[in-house]
Ligand binder design. Structure first.
Ligand code: ZN
Length: 219
């Protein structure tokens, strides 16, 4: 059915019908019934978050529009937790369900709900995971080169504990993503790993990108 489309101003409130119509339009235009959030962002008129706020999840929006559910990707727990830590690090505070549906997160809250049934239980599982004992520092081949006993990259648990100890702020200048979204935090080896410094909590610190780059320029 071809018809003229009324285009309301971009920031006007959208009716559910308008949202669904545009979703269907994109499906028609691209000649596919599988519309991912990425595809819709490239071709649609509205923000995916508008759909999620209105209908609950992206898949529910697809159902409303009579479209196929996008392929459900299942992630490993490690990957799910890693993404939470990344968002936690970017935000500088415990992420909310809503944060998971912003550009800070690679995985949407839907995936967490499928795995852990709610956001509250997701966070509880994450904390339990982060607090569980490190199995043991993994020794890899590269570590023989540097003389360090531990591998270079801190595990997710270790990263979480360093960030938490340092209040998700740079230990040198105090910058924190909670105060300034532009701040990016790094986990830094106090004694460089390449010089035999170990990847363990006492040799790790939180630095913002600026301080960390400044440090590597001096070395
Ligand atoms: Zn700093």
């Amino acid at each position: 059915m071809n018809k003229f489309q009324y285009s309301p101003p971009k920031n006007a409130p959208k009716s559910s019908e308008e949202l669904i119509e545009d979703l269907q339009l994109v499906a028609k235009k691209l000649n596919t019934r599988k519309i991912t959030q990425k595809l819709y962002t490239e071709h649609g008129k509205f923000n995916c978050s508008t759909f999620i706020n209105r209908f609950g999840t992206w898949n529910k929006s697809l159902l409303k529009a009579g479209l196929q559910l996008s392929n459900i990707v299942s992630y490993s727990d490690e990957k799910l937790f890693e993404n939470i830590l990344n968002v936690w690090q970017k935000k500088g505070a415990q992420p909310t369900r809503r944060d998971m549906n912003t550009t800070m997160s690679e995985i949407s809250s839907g995936a967490y709900n499928r795995r852990f049934s709610s956001w509250t239980s997701t966070i509880k599982e994450f904390i339990a995971y982060a607090n569980s004992k490190e199995i043991s520092a993994i020794k890899n081949e590269a570590s023989q080169v540097s003389g360090s006993k531990t591998s270079r990259d801190p595990s997710l648990r270790l990263r979480f504990h360093v960030l938490k100890r340092d209040n998700f702020s740079c230990v040198q200048c105090g910058a924190s993503p909670a105060k300034d979204q532009k701040v990016v935090l790094h986990i830094d080896h106090i004694k460089p790993w390449s010089k035999g410094g170990e990847t363990e909590i006492s040799n790790l610190q939180t630095l913002c990108q600026n301080c960390n780059l400044g440090k590597s320029n001096i070395e």
